[in-house]
Design a protein around this ligand. Structure first.
Ligand code: LLP
Length: 415
């Protein structure tokens, strides 16, 4: 049975009507299906079961502790991009040996803490970062395992804000400079060349950009091997797209087949950093309709979730499905579904035919990735609650933020 579906006109997550969760925890609330997360993880991991591979879930997609715990229990590795994400992963007891540290601006204290924890690899993005990490590792009397993130100059054909593999993007080291940088790394006392890394973007919906990137990386791997480097792993990043509306999908088995075929007899372990693929379709954002209004024929449904809760529509023009939690009979009206925040950019969906009334619940679908994690307190709105559903059971895994929570860190002016 689909984990998120309609049953007799009511939206369910696993064995629980979504309306019951909204009654119990209020709105807006993020709901995640354990079954959906687990099956996405298994689909990804099983696609590579024929080869040594590590699936490092990209924590940035959804960093709730319970989500991380769930994935750690399945044996996932983790891709982190900050000291904060490192602490989250360590807090759920995941082994440091399954953590990789990505990101274009790692800070000294973050690097030192990751070295102390003993993570599997640092994905480096510049010559300066290599110097930096060698120095910090020296001070900590450690040797840092490193990969260089190579920018293969491939067009991921996705939204420009989340395309990372072109030479004009801030990420990685150009293929042409990577060889010299590996040579420099190999001479350093406090770094050890462990692998190579690449990530070309997010929400990629065709195989071709991945294949172009893999081809460029493998050519470089062969050169590096000839240069005498012992690369133990190849990290191909994340980026596999999901369906929000009618996007074509990259079939994970086809992707895996193509990667495995391209690898040929090369001995390296494969690492991946999927985020969206694991959690996007597993999440709903449930909200309540506050007001229905009509401005000279233009219809608005003002709901209690806003751009501060889910910024993807406002920031990327992203399309996410919106449906009533309990279907009602009647005519549909075309609405812009908007939040209470004071700007025109505050919309969750535009021009959607919906049959809804004030006080109804609506669900914004496929909100498990880059939803809650990108939320803010704009307009002094408390951040939403988060709930996981597992069969007939419900656990609130993050309480709704109160105004006391928001004010706790601030002070009145005293000077
Ligand atoms: N690895 C690295 C180095 C990354 O930068 C990212 C995502 C991932 C892995 C995971 O990519 P995924 O498998 O989730 O596509 N906020 C945007 C997406 C930003 C992606 C940033 N990097 C959105 O809501 O669409």
């Amino acid at each position: 049975m689909e984990p998120i579906r309609y049953q007799a006109g009511e939206l369910y997550m696993e064995g629980v009507p979504v309306s019951r969760i909204a009654e119990q925890f209020g709105t807006p609330t993020y709901l995640y299906s354990r079954q959906a997360i687990e099956s996405a993880y298994h689909r990804f991991a099983n696609a590579f079961s024929g080869r040594p591979a590590m699936v490092c879930y990209a924590v940035k997609a959804n960093s709730n502790l319970a989500v991380l715990d769930l994935l750690a229990r399945l044996g996932a590795g983790f891709d982190i991009v900050s000291g904060g994400e490192l602490e989250r992963v360590l807090a759920v007891g995941a082994p440091a040996a399954r953590i990789v540290f990505s990101g274009v601006g790692k800070q000294t204290h973050e690097i030192a803490r990751a070295l102390e924890a003993g993570i599997a690899c640092f994905n480096l993005e510049s010559a300066s970062e290599l110097e930096h990490i060698n120095r910090i590792a020296g001070e900590c009397q450690k040797v840092a395992p490193i990969s260089i993130r190579v920018n293969p100059n491939v067009d991921a054909r996705t939204h420009p804000y989340i395309s990372t593999g072109l030479k004009e993007n801030k990420f990685g080291v150009p293929v042409t400079g990577a060889r010299a940088l590996y040579r420099t790394a190999a001479k350093m006392d406090h770094v050890e060349v462990a692998g190579i890394d690449c990530h070309i973007g997010s929400q990629i919906t065709s195989l071709a950009p991945f294949l172009d990137a893999i081809e460029a990386i493998l050519e470089l791997v062969d050169e590096l091997t000839r240069d005498g480097h012992n690369l133990r792993h190849i990290d191909l990043g994340g980026g596999i797209g999901v369906r929000y509306r009618d996007e074509p999908l990259v079939d994970i088995n086809e992707y895996a087949g193509a990667v495995i075929q391209a690898m040929g007899r090369r001995p390296q372990e494969l690492w991946f950093e999927p985020g969206r693929y694991i959690v996007a379709n597993a999440g709903l954002l449930v909200a309540r309709v506050i007001t229905i209004k009509d401005n000279e024929g233009k219809h608005f449904a003002v709901i209690d979730a806003a751009m501060n809760d889910l910024i993807r529509p406002a920031l990327y023009g992203a399309w996410q499905d919106v449906t009533p939690v309990v279907q009602r009979a009647g005519e549909s009206v075309v609405y812009d579904v908007v939040g209470p925040v004071c700007e025109t950019g505050d919309f969750l969906a535009k021009s959607r035919p919906l049959c809804i009334a004030e006080d109804d619940l609506v669900a914004i679908h496929d909100a498990g990735a880059y939803g809650f994690v990108m939320s803010s307190n704009y307009n002094s709105r408390g951040r939403a609650a988060e709930v996981i559903v597992s069969g007939d059971e419900i656990q609130c895994v993050r309480a709704r933020e109160t105004i006391e929570d928001q004010l706790r860190l601030e002070q009145k002016f005293k000077l």
